[in-house]
Design a protein around this ligand. Structure first.
Ligand code: ATP
Ligand code: MG
Length: 371
């Protein structure tokens, strides 16, 4: 049985137990748009405990309030109890209350296109004209824009993301709300911002989202992203997220605002270092192809000394690994070199071989090093 049929059974089972249950959010939006979406979200007035009684495999999800993952026929479904989010105070943590009706639950959702629900026969419940906005390709906040982005400023990033994903425009009143609330982006955790940005960089219409981001006040509250974003827009050039961050940090300094992993941080540092180095054989030898390609692309964007054929240069290196070099450190010690000179001479030898100034043969290399 496929995923959708399994999801329909989950809805039916919840309903057989006397509760309401609907498909909701992105899945319904994408269904209307004819886009495949394997991320089926369900909303219900059944509580976690109720759901645990109905289904065998129910895993509470830590992050979302009153959410569980139900595993049915080996498919996973996110099931959330109807709720309202009441915001006050620091604009970070809503006071979450269980709601009685679907209508209340839809009212707390971010955009009209995401505030759609339907039953298993795809009868659509559309309280906020989400279908009309889909038709007109508009992203519009549910309810009062000037409140909704202050409540949760992450919705600002989500507006850019959906614009980039769907190639939709952002409604002008919604944009005004975004500008007014931009300062509250500073209250949003780095992890959440990272996640929405990363999602945006994997969309088809990335530059559209970036255009909204750069022309709104939000860019003033997203450290280091302004100049890089403008460059991508100026050259109409798409990059991946790591390259974007490397370009951003190269131009405006590194920030830990976006909570990168150590691995990402290291890769970005390597790219940044390479941007200021010539892409000679030694540097090509010493770096991963993806790092080289990103650094090279950044050089291109910044009108620096980029090379046209970095991939073939990497593939055509005389040797690919230090192990392939015909001499080793012991050979250099035998020539009478000590301490730091050993490494220096080894590098010199490597350089000569890579630049084809000497063949990768032991005697030929040692002869050169003696001089
Ligand atoms: P995608 O296809 O990119 O996953 P989605 O619409 O499914 O898009 P999710 O982030 O998976 O987006 O969220 C699921 C639903 O939860 C949304 O459609 C929306 O109704 C609601 N939602 C998520 N985040 C927020 C938020 N910050 N404020 C209000 N509603 C939200
Ligand atoms: Mg989703």
């Amino acid at each position: 049985m496929n995923e959708l049929d399994s999801a329909k059974i989950v809805l039916k089972k919840i309903k057989e137990n006397g509760f309401l249950a609907y498909f909701v959010g992105g899945f319904v939006r994408d269904y209307i748009m004819g886009i495949d979406n394997n991320d089926i979200d369900i909303t219900t007035n059944a509580t976690k405990d109720d759901l645990q009684k109905i289904f065998d495999k129910v895993i509470p999800t830590g992050e979302k309030f009153e959410g569980v993952t139900i595993i049915y026929n080996d498919y996973k479904f996110e099931v959330t109890t109807f709720r309202t989010d009441l915001f006050y105070g620091d604009h970070r943590h809503p006071d979450v209350r269980i709601a009685k009706t679907l209508e209340e639950d839809l009212a707390r959702r971010d955009f009209t296109i995401n505030a759609l629900a339907c039953d298993e026969a795809f009868n659509i419940i559309d309280k906020y004209d989400g279908r009309k906005d889909i038709e007109n390709k508009i992203i519009r906040a549910v309810g009062d824009s000037s409140k909704r982005f202050v409540e949760d400023a992450l919705r600002i990033m989500r507006a850019f993301y959906f614009s980039a994903k769907l190639n939709f425009d952002i409604d002008s009143i919604t944009l005004k709300g975004i500008d007014e609330a931009s300062i509250y982006l500073e209250n949003v955790s780095g992890e959440r911002i990272y996640r929405e940005l990363l999602k945006m960089f994997n969309t088809k219409y990335l530059l559209k989202g970036l255009k909204y981001m750069s022309s709104s006040k939000s860019i003033l509250h997203l450290p280091s992203l302004k100049e890089s974003t403008n460059i991508l827009l100026k050259y109409h050039h798409k990059v991946d997220f790591i390259e974007y961050l490397a370009l951003s940090f190269y131009l405006e300094g590194k920030t830990n605002r976006y909570k990168l992993s150590n691995k990402e941080s290291k890769e970005i540092d390597n790219i940044i270092k390479l941007v200021d180095l010539p892409l000679n054989n030694l540097n090509i030898f010493n770096n991963e192809l993806s790092t080289l390609e990103k650094a090279n692309d950044i050089k291109y964007l910044l009108n620096k000394d980029y090379v046209v054929d970095v991939v073939s240069r990497k593939n055509n290196l005389v040797i690919k690994d230090l192990k392939e070099l015909a001499i080793n450190p012991n050979d250099i010690i035998e020539l009478g070199y000590k301490g730091p000179l050993i490494k220096e001479k080894l590098n010199h030898a490597l350089n000569l071989v890579l630049d084809k100034q000497v063949k990768n043969e032991r005697n030929a290399i040692l002869e050169k090093l003696k001089k």
